[in-house]
Design a protein around this ligand. Structure first.
Ligand SMILES: Cc1cc2nc3c(=O)[nH]c(=O)nc-3n(C[C@H](O)[C@H](O)[C@H](O)COP(=O)(O)OP(=O)(O)OC[C@H]3O[C@@H](n4cnc5c(N)ncnc54)[C@H](O)[C@@H]3O)c2cc1C
Length: 488
């Protein structure tokens, strides 16, 4: 008998979403990730959970409606990670006429009929906080509702839930060989040790590595795909309001500027075809300048490449030929007599990842008995509250742990939801939480991340399970590295 029903290679959003879905449907699952969870493309998404307004202009009405439904599902099952936001589109004289934008938004809202999010409106930005940060010529902006997400925590919490349902999640486990017969026999280098795993079926969810894993590890033909790099920049906060700005750049490209980790602004994105090793994806100087120029076209506060505090880049496989980006991604099942099934899944938006995984796992129903679809209604860990109660949960946390500032409580509830109690325990004062690393991170939180969320190295904590790397002084990083090396 094989060790498991489904072995998944790749711990990005696609791999962990499949692990969660399959484990909850009664399958024995193992997931093997060569680095950290979400260390590939899944940490470099534009962080939007949306129907994709631009899809309406391409007349993709059904796709937009489906994505909007998924947006509402995610808001329900992950009210801590997925937060509603007001998006503002300043009306620019050289772009779409205001009536056209207004009609697009009305249609968008119609397609999202049951969301419960505030409706769109026209703003006179000469008298509205949205206008404070904008250059002078802007008189009108359109405001509508969509959502933003903490993309890397979404990956991690999928894995946490999968593990709670019996999945074996292995990070630092690189699959180097796979033999296919009636079952799969995988060889992995698992934290330095060679390990052999047998599985009744295999999922290749390796993102930008899909083709190379198919070619060199699985030795099967790779599906037709292309690799695309997407990049964004992080700069100091350029505006005080909580809105996400959506700008149409002079070349027609849509650029978003969103509040990021409280004191910063994320600007993106810019994409191009990618060649090379997906483990080394760097943003070029021209792309940095492009995004600075795009922001300077709208914001009063001008930025130069020297103001860029961090660049975020990821490479991902997309369906070829790349005529337009497919938000659904691709999932194909290969099975033949005497050969164990192979599912290959890549690409797609964050918004549709849950549904993509659900449909992909359902493809295995012809091979194994499994329980019905379930992930649309069961909250992710810590998300057992209604999204409208987010601020109430922040207040409850402040009431219980009185030493927390409002900002600290908000960050912790956004990251852990109701599971913040497992991070802070019965602490009465900050000193009860162990050593401090920078202004916010405590030993208790690091310990929780190491024990429950597979964090092994400082970057796992500072960039993927939080964004505290943006504010942490070097001496504190060194202390954190020493603390984690002790395995505390
Ligand atoms: C170019 C690009 C455009 C995007 N556009 C959008 C967008 O517009 N909207 C949106 O919502 N999202 C977008 N996304 C992000 C979206 O988050 C990703 O498409 C999604 O996260 C899918 O990730 P994945 O799991 O397929 O790949 P990844 O997150 O890259 O995961 C693959 C994992 O496989 C692992 N792996 C590889 N080889 C092996 C091996 N041999 N053994 C073990 N592990 C291995 C890697 O380490 C990696 O962690 C974009 C991302 C990028 C980079």
């Amino acid at each position: 008998m094989a060790d498991c029903d489904v072995a998944i290679i790749g711990g990005g959003l696609n791999g962990t979403s499949i692990a969660r879905d399959a484990a909850g449907r009664g399958l024995r699952v193992i997931l093997l990730e060569q680095g950290d969870l979400g260390s590939g493309a899944s940490q470099a998404s534009p962080r939007l959970v949306h129907g994709d307004l631009a899809g309406l202009e391409r007349r993709e009405f059904f796709r937009v409606r489906r994505a909007l439904r998924e947006r509402d599902v995610l808001l329900r099952i992950a009210p801590h990670l997925v937060r509603p936001a007001r998006f503002a589109i300043p009306a620019h004289a050289e772009e779409r006429p205001p009536w056209q934008l207004r009609s697009l938004l009305l249609l968008y809202e119609r397609l999202a009929s049951r969301s419960g999010l505030p409706r769109s409106t026209t703003l006179d930005v000469t008298h509205h906080p949205v206008g404070n940060a904008l250059k002078r010529p802007f008189g009108t902006a359109f405001e509508y509702s969509d959502c933003v997400v903490d993309d890397s925590r979404l990956v991690v919490l999928n894995a946490v839930d999968a593990a709670a349902r019996g999945a074996d999640i292995r990070t630092g486990a690189r699959v180097t060989r796979a033999e296919r017969s009636e079952i799969w026999r995988l060889v992995a280098i698992d934290r330095g040790y060679r390990r052999v795993i047998t599985a009744r079926s295999l999922v290749n969810a390796t993102g930008a590595w899909t083709a190379s894993v198919a070619d060199t590890v699985l030795r099967v033909p790779a599906p037709p795909l292309a690799t695309v790099q997407t990049s964004q920049i992080v700069v100091r906060r350029l505006f005080d309001c909580d809105n996400v700005y959506a700008f149409q750049n002079a070349d027609g490209q849509l650029i978003f500027a969103s509040p990021y980790a409280r004191d910063f602004t994320l600007i993106g994105s810019v994409s191009h075809a990618f060649k090379g090793d997906p483990a080394i994806v760097a943003m070029g100087v021209r792309e940095v300048a492009y995004l600075c120029d795009a922001a300077n076209r709208y914001f009063r506060e001008q930025i130069t490449p020297a103001d860029v505090l961090r660049t975020i880049s990821g490479a991902n496989s997309v369906v070829a030929p790349v005529r337009r980006r497919s938000s659904d991604g691709a999932a194909s099942l290969d099975f033949r007599r005497g050969k164990a099934p192979l599912l290959t899944i890549f690409g797609g938006d964050v918004t549709t990842a849950r549904r993509r995984a659900e449909r992909a796992v359902s493809k295995f129903s012809r091979f194994y008995p499994m329980t019905p679809r379930w992930t649309a209604t069961v909250p992710l860990p810590g998300g057992e509250f209604a999204w409208q109660r987010f601020e109430t949960e922040v207040e409850i946390a402040r009431d219980r742990w009185r030493f927390l500032s409002e900002d600290e409580a908000r960050r912790l509830v956004a990251a852990y939801g109701l599971n913040v109690k497992d991070v802070l325990g019965d602490a009465k004062q900050k000193a009860d939480l162990g050593p401090a690393f920078g202004p916010e991170l405590t030993g208790a939180e690091v310990r929780y991340l190491m024990r429950k969320e597979w964090a092994r190295f400082p970057d796992d904590v500072l960039w993927r399970r939080s964004k505290l790397g943006l504010t942490m002084p070097q001496a504190d990083r060194d202390a954190l590295a020493a603390f984690m090396a002790k395995g505390d």
